[in-house]
Design a binder for this molecule. Sequence first.
Ligand SMILES: Cc1ncc(COP(=O)(O)OP(=O)(O)O)c(N)n1
Ligand SMILES: Cc1nc(C(=O)O)sc1CCOP(=O)(O)O
Length: 524
Amino acid sequence: MTIDFSLYLVTGRELLPPGKEYLQSLEEALQGGVTVVQIREKRSDTLEFLEIARESKILCAKYKVPLIINDRIDIALAIQADGVHLGQTDMPVHVAKTLLPVGTVIGVSCNDPDHVKKAIEDEVDYIGIGAVWSTTTKKLDSPVVGVRGVGSLLQALDGTNIKAVAIGGLNSTNALRTLHGSVSISGHRLDGIAVVSDIVASSAPRSAAQKLRNILDAWIHHFDVQSRVTQVYDVGTIKNGVVELMRLIRDKSPLIHQITNVVVTNQSANATLALGASPIMATASEEMHDLSRIPGGLLINFGTITNKGGMISAGQYANEAQKPVVFDPVGVGATQFRKTTASELLNAWQASVIKGNAGEMASLANSNEVQAKGVDSVGSGFADPASFIREIAKKERCVAVMTGPTDWVSDGVTVVKLENGNKMLGDITGSGCLVGTCVATFCAGASLMAAAPGTSPGPELAKLVRGNMLIGAVGGVLALTVAAECAAERSDVHGSGTFLPALIDELYNLKPETLLSRAKVQVL
Ligand SMILES: Cc1ncc(COP(=O)(O)OP(=O)(O)O)c(N)n1
Ligand SMILES: Cc1nc(C(=O)O)sc1CCOP(=O)(O)O
């Protein structure tokens, strides 16, 4: 039997809102676009479970939706269910197969690679990967997998016909983030999402299901189209795109919300102003929602981590508003706290761009090839930086920027090599942070450009960010590095103390012609 796993409802009668009758709720959910139903009865005795399963089956049949039974082979047999879902401590799959009619769909719960390996050996039909987010519906025995943990489990399914759904804490706010962020490096995507409370606890289950349905339809269509089309860039397109963004930023002055570290706050705000944009250095959680409604971009630089809650909510609201989120994991390799926080943040929201030096990017990728000392990278860098940056961009599902004597930018397909800059950038504090600010400013420009009247809206429901983040990221790097070259050549610059204000001046006075003539860009 072929099942459409895209919107998988797992029931939970204990979560029904007051006054909502179970079968009424189930029917409304089916009308809202649920494609498969699992009956999960953790508190009922056998007779009650059997009765509920029978009634549910009749309703599901009316909507031609398959029915799966959680845990209980006997109930599945009794009502001739389409399938069973088994946990790691339930009846082993090979035993269940001897009891169930041939063709009965079998799904198992997985939250680590060994579970997936065993599911493949057992030739199951689908796996439920969870818990992806925290949930109050069930007491969890294992830590949450997190969106970024799903991809490697999906990749293990490459070459099989086994389907996969994500479960645990899924709702209409995080569904898109989950679908997008969980795609494996090999391009394996989820087949669907499994949901309990977002539908069952709703007093309007039809519209709760419909909301999820719309997100799924838009995203699956967008993903399938995207995976067939790969945008090819040339140097001219990139340089012209950057210059267009430069002009637009000066014209529209987007708001660049920066949660950044105490060392660089002032110079970051000045660099933003010099580019023609408008900085706001707000950190309180309470103001994140309001700020997300203003067109522009968000920079999260965790050089001094003081308000993790603010960083989490700012990124989540920005994803919702389809605004760029630029993440600068300053010194991420320096402490375990930073590593854990980076992982928490990257699971909480989808970064549009991640920017770091070689040591920081190595740490994010769990690579030992490059070491870090505090916030600085040490050694000669990666043997093959182009492949490294392409892979990390693919893995994190965003644009990746690696700064250093040569800067690298990739969207996971195209790799751009940039060779501007001056060694004096290494003599001032926070030059990397300034790159982050410039990247956020140019990405905000790209976002505004995509929202401009006359530009095609495209499948907007399927996107966590609007605009061309690759060109935005290249623009930010070029603006700062070309300005640094101009500043270093000035006769009034005598050392790092005079270099910094000169750098801000050169950003302020940077002309498109200067950028175009100086930019050393290669597309690999
Ligand atoms: C689709 C899906 N995935 C995972 C589970 C969890 O099942 P299990 O591990 O058996 O835990 P309980 O549901 O029995 O608490 C599921 N039910 N559905
Ligand atoms: C039934 C179940 N299984 C999980 C797992 O991790 O295997 S999480 C979960 C509960 C999911 O409920 P909600 O959508 O309300 O968060």
